[in-house]
Write a protein that binds this ligand. Structure first.
Ligand code: HEM
Length: 513
């Protein structure tokens, strides 16, 4: 066995050296690589997106990188991403087939990790069909109810604002996915959040050696404890996702006709030929892909409010004029053009998934004289695109006026969609399949927050001076999604009447929540 491992290692070393050292002459611009490790050791410990921003400025819009044997291209110009990831999306829509995460932990059912092919097409078609804009109306009451609960939580415990944001998105997406009548919903919510968290850790680059040295997968079980670990996690999450999905099916069989994403997935099971495991993972994917990203975005929006108090005041003036004493709801949406611009800017300012999720190239390609070999991963830096002055003037400033463009009657233009004009939702056949739902949730939460609260710098208890928070120096928590580390912020009801209205509103909607 040792002889076999040594032989495979030697072959791998020779291959890496040949590619990375001997034939290094005609490379696409990029930082120097080490034999075998490529650029792996240069990766910063965190804040990857800022390192990629420096690479863009140093090497240009297409940068070549290599991490532990895998080739990557970093794209920073939207035109290149559009050409490769959108126009050539039949070729550039693969994902890395991680042994631990995709093969064993997900049994090749988790949409985010699926290769480009029939299974992906089916799962995405279901998502796109069930979350298309006019199918979202049935979720409006749930979104408004949970926004109301968010206001109450913030009123009663403003210091725990980050917990409230996560609770808001998790409960809401759980209810959109599985409906509102689940038994033991709180403990299931905790279980699904825990599973989500453990998957995020397993998906981090370098988390499992077998994803760098895939030949380790040929070793027998007794030499590969990681395999049992991955299979155990798969069985645990499958049991959870299946139990939640089956509850919805049984409720439906007993005459409950309330709408949920999962109820509709069951309805189209035959049409799309979905096996039961795929049905279960569709629900799990919705929950896990949608919860943390939306909370991170709202958290970052609070930081934006501190940098631009005038924007907060302007949005509140519009709300007061159009909505008055009510908590804003979707019926006000088209009459709030400044709010529309604020939400669009919140999607742009700090793209919450700054590097999207790498797309794999499945067939050798040529582009602008560059040879892109099959197996290369493409990282579209949404961050670089959103900060580039060619695309957005003063991109570091949170400035909704760049989007403000009402129609002749002072309403939101019908053609002006919240999902257009930026690249926050990624590209081509891997673009976020829930983008229309996501923007409605973000809109409802931001409109409610601005209507209810003054969001300002906290004051130092000793000096009484505002505690300044600078987004360029504040620490950021990063993974695939990014958010600021919790920062001091004062979230207080705008008036006593707003506080009272928040309580009354929650009382009115709580029974149906
Ligand atoms: C503001 C909120 C959100 C943002 C900014 C966002 C952004 C993204 C991005 C950038 C990707 C990767 C795109 C690419 O690879 O090119 C993605 C994928 C995905 N998102 Fe979202 N997302 C959000 C909310 C949601 C929600 C609420 C759900 C589900 C209910 C969801 C479900 C998914 C799924 C399933 C994928 C994987 C798609 C695939 O690999 O084919 N997202 N999202």
């Amino acid at each position: 066995m040792l002889v076999l491992i040594s032989a495979i290692s030697l072959a791998a070393c020779t291959f890496y050296l040949a590619r990375n050292v001997i034939f290094a002459g005609d490379r696409i611009p990029g930082p120097r690589r080490l034999p075998l490790l490529g650029n792996t050791l240069q990766l910063p410990k965190g804040h990857f997106w800022t390192w990629f921003e420096r690479l863009y400025h140093e090497f240009g819009p297409i940068v070549s990188l290599n991490f532990a044997g895998d080739d990557y291209l970093l794209l920073s110009h939207p035109a290149d991403a559009e050409e490769l990831l959108v126009k050539r999306s039949a070729i550039f829509s693969g994902r890395k087939q991680s042994v631990f995460g995709a093969k064993y932990r997900s049994n090749n059912k988790r949409m985010l990790l699926l290769p480009h092919g029939e299974d992906l097409k089916k799962q995405r078609s279901v998502f796109k069909l069930l979350l298309r804009p006019n199918a979202l109306l049935s979720y409006h009451d749930r979104i408004e109810q949970q926004s109301s609960r968010l206001l109450l939580d913030l009123l009663e415990g403003p210091d725990r604002y980050r917990d409230h944001l996560y609770r808001f998105t998790a409960t809401l997406i759980m209810r959109i996915t599985y409906g509102t009548g689940l038994h033991g919903q709180e403990s299931d919510l905790d279980a699904i959040l825990a599973s989500n968290q453990s998957f995020n850790l397993d998906a981090l680059p370098g988390a499992h050696l077998v994803d760098t040295f895939t030949w380790l997968d040929y070793l027998p079980d007794f030499l590969s404890p990681w395999r049992n670990d991955a299979k155990r996690k798969h069985l645990e999450e499958l049991e959870l996702f299946q139990r939640l999905a089956v509850q919805v099916k049984e409720r439906r069989a007993n005459g409950d006709d309330s709408e949920s994403f999962m109820a509709q997935v069951w309805d189209c099971q035959t049409k799309y030929d979905l096996d039961e495991e795929t049905v279960a993972y569709l629900g799990g994917s919705a929950f896990e892909a949608g919860t943390s990203v939306t909370a991170c975005l709202l958290h970052t929006f609070l930081l934006a409010c501190l940098t631009q108090p005038d924007v907060v005041r302007k949005a509140q003036a519009e709300l007061d004029q159009v909505v008055g004493e009510d908590v804003p709801g979707f019926e006000h949406m088209s009459r709030l053009p400044y709010m529309h611009a604020v939400v669009k800017e919140a999607l742009r300012w700090v793209p919450v998934t700054p590097l999207a999720f790498p797309h794999k190239c499945d067939v050798d390609q040529e582009y602008k004289g560059i040879k892109i070999t099959a197996g290369t991963f493409i990282i579209p830096s949404i961050w670089n695109m959103h900060k580039d002055p060619r695309n957005f003037t003063d991109g570091q400033i949170f400035d909704p006026s760049r989007w403000y463009n009402p129609d002749a009657n002072g309403n939101v233009k019908e053609s002006d969609s919240l999902v257009d004009g930026h690249w926050t939702f990624g590209f081509g056949r891997r673009q976020c399949p829930a983008n229309y739902l996501a923007v409605e949730v973000v809109w409802a939460a931001i409109a409610a927050l601005l209507w209810a609260f003054d969001i300002r710098n906290s004051k130092d208890p000793v000096t009484g001076q505002p505690i300044e928070v600078d987004p360029t120096t504040t620490p950021w928590l990063d993974g695939v999604n990014i958010e600021p580390a919790p920062f001091p912020v004062s979230i207080l009801p705008r008036t006593k009447a707003h506080g009272e209205k928040i309580r009354l509103h929650w009382k009115a909607v709580a029974s149906s929540a």
